[in-house]
Design a protein around this ligand. Structure first.
Ligand code: MN
Length: 716
């Protein structure tokens, strides 16, 4: 195992300002916390974090990263807490360790996920600070090195695949070529061990056969440089890695023998000028292969990579690939942003606070990104930023759903499938029940609970974030409302026709359909229900009468005086609802303005308004999600509401007329009347009265009670 002094010396070698004390404390702390824990290999567990830390010294990472590497498994696997770590090592380390811990938990959840692309994004989004990602990569690298100790082959393969698809890809993305190659090779070994073996054997064979050839090309290139007056140049041939050879064979569908470019040549120059000079010399002497020349020197890749690539028909008439770059660029190519950042650190020109250091990291990453041009690359870079506006959550099966930040379980449900969205009744996040308007976080595992009888609640529209959820809910409400209007319109027409002694049929309505230019009878019903078309107009269209012109006459005994309703489309008299929602006034309690009310989401019916003291509400006591806070909108003064009264009258001449008069005098309008009980002395009535509000109804009740024929009056 790497000793404490060995590690600290290694850090101090590239960063003389490193906080030696903190490094020592972290080493000891981690060792104590992991105590006697063992790895699958039988080694003490503590050897793992130390290995990870040591790997990162190769990339010249800052002290905070090295400390984080030492502590990276303490929170997850020991009794250490983040608070304790903050106390001992400060808030920066706490944040970094927390980041790595979260990424580790992610790994456990993603067992079955196949969406590598999304998982990459998720890791990036969660890492926030790239140092978190680099510690994670080193952690994965060490785990891959010790992978053979894991007994279950399925588990080994799963880890190897994940390494290849996610972590190697991420290493490449941030320009850590060496890390990428190491991860790829280890994963390749696990997944396609035989293919790797055979490629290695053939490479070995080529080496013994063509060793002189490689040396020969190196010599020729060196002579070329010297003749051109370029001093201080390093030239070497480099074999491609088995995995990238295999990849090429796969993607091009060729055999190993058909691969022409197994060896690439690197030319490392002292200055940028020399790089271009060298390029000129090579191109002057050998034929270039079209399409192979790329100048990443003037236009670096998104991950900071800089180099000139070219391919020529070389000295022995074979195809050779050449990469030309400076030493600095070479380090960036090998170690990525880590190297870039390390250099600036080493210069030590600007001494800044720890906080400054942390942000400089990000700033420099942005600088690298800004250097690149071209829309495609720009997009590629800004993606990293874009992930901060997204959250990535898991389905119980391990699939990832990407959503905009601020999304809720309802958004998630609609993203999975409209059907899931329409029937969702609740959600479990990481096993715990949460409200449907809960905000999702990166890495949450979301389990949507559905019920066949559930329909979308209009109140969802207030908190959903995604366009899909919004539009689906809106469409649903619109459909519901239309259904509502269709039913109402049909009822109105049936009643109107019946009054005149006709049973309405759809066939009978054909003339009206023509007049109002409707193709579907439901469209006609809907507009009648909504009050756009007057019921009497429909009647007139069918029977060629002029009923609609005389409909203005007020008749207190008109059974269904819908005149007011049809004057205009009904404005929203209730506050607290989404515009356009279908509402009804409950038939059980007949709420009217002034009453304390509550809205109940009725399956398939929009919202039903009940008075707060209505007995029916008991039925909904167990489903609080159906309750909606509403209040009367006082601006809706002109509207009328139905108040239902139970009246007991003495059986006298004109008793009914006097009741009608009282109500008419008080500006009420009887909309329905039914005799429920009749004896020789009394009869009981149910009277529905159109009133403006509760006070209006109370006035009418008071007036009725003042009449001698009235035995009793009460609101139903
Ligand atoms: Mn670990």
């Amino acid at each position: 195992m790497i000793r404490q002094t060995e590690l600290v010396d290694k850090v101090r070698a590239y960063d003389p300002d490193a906080d030696e004390d903190a490094l020592n404390r972290a080493y000891v702390y981690s060792m104590q916390k992991h105590g006697l824990q063992k790895r699958a290999s039988g080694d003490p567990y503590f050897s793992h974090p130390v290995e990870v830390a040591y790997k990162l010294t190769q990339y010249k990472l800052d002290t905070a990263s090295i400390i984080t590497a030492l502590l990276h498994d303490t929170v997850e696997d020991t009794d250490a807490t983040l608070d304790e770590i903050e106390q001992l090592f400060g808030v920066e380390i706490r944040g970094l360790v927390d980041g790595v811990t979260k990424l580790n938990r992610l790994e456990v959840q993603s067992e079955t996920t196949k969406q590598a692309e999304n998982l990459q994004k998720l890791v990036l989004a969660m890492a926030q600070d790239l140092r978190v990602l680099m510690v994670k990569l080193a952690d994965r690298l060490h785990n891959m090195e010790t992978l053979h100790y894991i007994p279950k082959p399925e588990k080994r393969q799963r880890i190897a695949r994940e390494t290849l698809e996610i972590y190697a890809a991420l290493a490449e993305r941030i320009g850590m070529r060496r890390m990428k190659e190491e991860l790829q090779d280890l994963a390749f070994k696990e997944l396609f061990g035989e293919a790797r073996e055979s490629i290695l054997k053939r490479l070995e064979f080529l080496r013994t056969q063509g060793k002189n050839q490689v040396t020969r090309v190196e010599e020729i290139l060196r002579e070329l440089a010297v003749a051109g007056g370029i001093k201080d140049v390093k030239i070497y041939g480099r074999e491609k890695k088995p995995y990238s050879i295999w990849k090429k064979m796969e993607s091009k569908g060729v055999t190993f023998e058909q691969l022409s470019d197994i060896v690439g040549f690197r030319v490392i120059c002292a200055t940028v000028g020399d790089c271009y000079h060298m390029l000129g010399l090579i191109h002057e002497k050998y034929h270039t292969i079209p399409g192979q020349f790329k100048d990443y020197l003037s236009t670096p890749k998104g991950n900071g990579y800089q180099s000139i690539h070219t391919a020529v028909i070389g000295p022995q008439q074979q195809r050779i690939e050449v990469q030309i770059r400076t030493e600095d660029m070479h380090d960036v190519a090998e170690y990525g942003i880590a190297a870039h950042w390390g250099y600036k650190q080493g210069v030590g020109a600007d001494k800044v606070s720890t906080e400054g250091k942390q942000y400089r990291w990000v700033r420099e990453l942005l600088e690298i990104m800004e250097q690149s041009e071209g829309a495609e690359e720009f997009l590629e870079h800004t993606k990293l930023e874009m992930y901060h506006d997204q959250v990535f959550c898991f389905t119980p099966k391990g699939d990832i759903i990407a959503l905009p930040r601020g999304s809720t379980p309802v958004d998630f449900a609609f993203a999975v499938h409209s059907g899931v969205g329409f029937t969702c009744v609740g959600a479990k996040i990481n096993g715990r029940i949460v409200p449907l308007k809960h905000t999702l976080k990166n890495g949450d595992q979301v389990d949507i609970i559905t019920a066949k009888t559930q329909t979308p609640s209009p109140s969802w529209e207030r908190f959903v974030v995604t366009g899909k959820a919004k539009s689906e809910i809106r469409r649903y409400i619109r459909d519901q409302q239309r259904e509502e209007y269709v039913t109402l319109g049909k009822a109105i027409l049936t009643k109107t026709f019946k009054q005149e002694g006709h049973d309405v049929t759809e066939k009978m309505l054909d003339p009206a359909m023509a007049v109002f230019k409707k193709k579907d009878v439901n469209d006609l019903y809907a507009e009648v229900g909504e009050g756009i078309i007057n019921r009497n107009q429909v009647y007139d269209a069918v029977f060629h009468t002029k009923k609609s012109e005389s409909a203005g006459v007020k008749n207190p005994f008109d059974v269904a005086n819908l005149k007011k309703k049809s004057k205009k489309s009904v404005p929203m008299p209730i506050k607290g609802l989404v515009a356009g929602m279908a509402i009804h006034y409950a038939g059980c309690c007949h709420p009217i303005p002034g009453d304390k009310i509550v809205g109940i989401v009725a399956t398939g019916k929009g919202i039903t308004i009940h008075t707060m003291d209505c007995d029916t509400l008991e039925n909904f006591a167990d489903s609080p999600e159906k309750w909606i806070d509403v209040a009367w909108d006082s601006s809706g003064q002109d509207d009328t509401y139905i108040g239902r009264l139970r009246v007991s009258l003495s059986h006298e001449t004109a008793a009914l007329a006097s009741v009608a008069n009282v109500i008419a005098k008080d500006e009420g309008n009887i909309s329905n009347l039914k005799i429920t009980n009749r004896s020789t002395d009394f009869f009981d009535l149910i009277i529905d009265v159109e009133v403006k509000n509760a006070r209006h109804l109370n006035n009418i009740i008071a007036s009725l009670r003042a009449k001698s024929v009235v035995q009793s009056v009460e609101r139903v």
